[in-house]
Design a protein around this ligand. Structure first.
Ligand SMILES: [Zn+2]
Length: 183
């Protein structure tokens, strides 16, 4: 993820390199103009960005389906699998805020979720989960990894009976992920 640049991101310092394709310098720092990967020509001291072809990087309002890879304080990271229903192999992650829901369990690691992109900010791709169709599409029991069924705003394990909160998508239980994200 560190080799991947968004517009405005620092690529190198002007002491180290000259500006190459898809970059500019702000007087101190060489920055990216586009979304892409960095390439350094050390012989000629030129830094450039190889632009990533859309749809590897989702745009604002795109629907993303992926699995949760990390839970942090009030936010979680999602490894993106589908953008608007098209498979993506970029390995990119987006960050989803869980604002105002400190004590609520939104999702667990390895849950499959659908989110909507809201911004590109500070080098990260930000998404929201707070609309009815957004949320967890697939999850398992956190105790025994058993199959779960929806009970109101919770999921209940059919094996051990454990009940836990989730921010469920209105499409929870539908496993046709590609179709879900492409509407
Ligand atoms: Zn269970």
């Amino acid at each position: 993820m560190s080799e991947f640049s968004l517009p405005g991101d620092k690529v190198a310092t002007i002491e180290e390199f000259e500006t190459g394709r898809n970059t500019f310098d702000d007087g101190h720092t060489i920055r990216s103009v586009v979304v892409g990967t960095k390439e350094f020509d050390k012989t000629n001291r030129i830094a450039k960005i190889n632009q990533l072809k859309s749809p590897a990087v989702p745009q604002v309002n795109d629907l993303v389906i992926g699995y949760v890879v990390a839970l942090m304080n009030n936010m979680f990271a999602i490894n993106m699998l589908y953008i608007n229903g098209k498979p993506t192999h970029s390995g990119l992650e987006c960050i989803c805020q869980a604002r105002g829901a400190k004590k609520r369990i939104i999702a667990r690691v390895s849950d499959v979720v659908m989110v909507k992109i809201i911004s590109h900010l500070n080098g990260a791709i930000h998404a929201t989960i707070s609309e009815s169709e957004l949320g967890v599409l697939f999850t398992q029991c956190n105790k025994c990894a058993g199959k779960v069924v929806q009970i109101g705003a919770n999921v209940k394990c059919v094996d051990c009976g454990y009940i836990e909160e989730r921010k469920l998508s209105s499409k929870f239980g539908n496993s046709d992920f590609i179709k879900l994200g492409s509407q």
